[in-house]
Write a protein that binds this ligand. Sequence first.
Ligand SMILES: [Zn+2]
Length: 572
Amino acid sequence: MDNRQRARESRPATDERQRARDSRPVMDERQRARDSRPAMDERQRARERRRREEMIARRKRIRRLKLAIAAVLILLIGLAVWFGVTMFRKTRGGAGGITPADPKNTPAVSVINETSAPEDSGSDGQEGTQDASPDSQDAQGEGADQQETSAAPAASADLMSQARTLAAGYDYDGAIALLSQSEMTEEMRQAVSEWESAKSSCVAVDVSTVPHIFFHSLINDDRAFDVNTLGADRVRQNNAAMTTTVEFDRMIEDMYEAGYVMVSLDDMCVKTTGADGLVHVERNTSLMLPPDKKPFVLSIDDLSYYHSYGIGTQGYATKMVVDENGKPKCVYTDENGNTTVGDYDVVPRMDTFIEQHPDFAYHGARGTVAMTGYNGVFGYRTNNYYKDINDPHLDPDQILWLQEHPDFDWEQDCRDAKAVADAMKAEGWTFASHTYGHLNATSSDLDRLMNDHERWKTVNSPILGDVDKIIFAFGADIGGVGGYTADNAKFQYFKGQGFNIFCNVDGNIGWTEFGDTFMRTGRVALDGFTMYQAMTDSAAAHTIYANDYEKLGIHDVASFFNQYRPTPIDSE
Ligand SMILES: [Zn+2]
């Protein structure tokens, strides 16, 4: 196997971890069950309340920005139009609040119920938005009145706030260009000069050493680790390959504190189409960050809420939805059967964190999501095999699910999934193939990979669009170290299918390779297996992962490692 060979030849340390990866079970095994978890504690509820208040304040600010733009128009068009807009604004004002949860299930979108907020969200939330506008007051009637007399200052304050957010994400040119649209106030001139100086102090990062981390779907409660209800095999998979929301939050906070900034895979390279029609891929030598900041890349695997995830019984979200603000969120059913919409997985959790800490994302970058197709995407059963319960391709899990969901409407699921994909793209997320059937691309022959990819395009392209990235399932790559060669038939096939960026799994964090027509990066999972290895001196792969976590600035893993996880976690 090329990957192992590479590891053996050039990176002895990688070998055991690669072996562990290769033996990682496909996440489509069947299991289901239910159980209990400790209730959310009081502190968490307080944080949640605070977060809700902040979210409301944020929404108000967004509304005020829209208002200010309207106000400028109003000055031009006249009082009559202004009156109309005010009425519109007042009508809208009532809509953004929090409505009670639908306890039944499948809400179109009912509640924003964030579970655990970052511990310091109270203060950071304020700082993160860097909102200089005097708008913490009421955004409804009073705000509208203010437009009448002081539309220009209000507009400039909102412009300023918007520009500050851009600058916080290191988009200094964008921020300056935005302010240049209006007559500059003294405050603006000062900000522009600060940003020009910040920009000139930035340095180009070495994109070939950018750490690439990844997660699977997050676990929201401890049912995931209950052997009595789930059985040892399912718990082993939840335990090894998964991360809880609490663990995730601690890791992200630590990385933020350490100065990490999310960049995208596309930020790392420059793609140009040559005269030969081939897409050539070069390293980006002008990815600029302040000297105290460090780039990282994020990916998420298998965002499908497979049947094997228990559909509401193992602590995972059950599907993604688009909320009333157009944001991608998750539906989650807790151990008491209560279903709410909120930040129950990596995508909305990361979006919320970046909203509060815009300096955590370079130009608003987000991660790449690796998608299979066999169980559908985002919890929607969009694989066309589900259209007919007698389809011979369906496995027992799928048939059982169809029997339990007699109202299933395949077209509707496709529409809902497409809406989620579009909302994610709007936030900056990108998609990758993870193969349709979660294939091992190392051991599968070319024919199988080709048929599989045809299936991927059939079921996923209409929803996710075209992709130029492939994130290999099991980390099982199609070529060894030294690049994909011209005689590599699998590479030639995937390149011909439009793929430019290839990702495997590699415990040596920050490994990236550039060929003439591809970029390839190795990824490290921040999951139960690697956490356990990092925090346990006697564990076989301790040195590798202790080093990885240390490099990421994630300290004292044992302090947040979920106490219900069975140990040891020696393989995935
Ligand atoms: Zn996978």
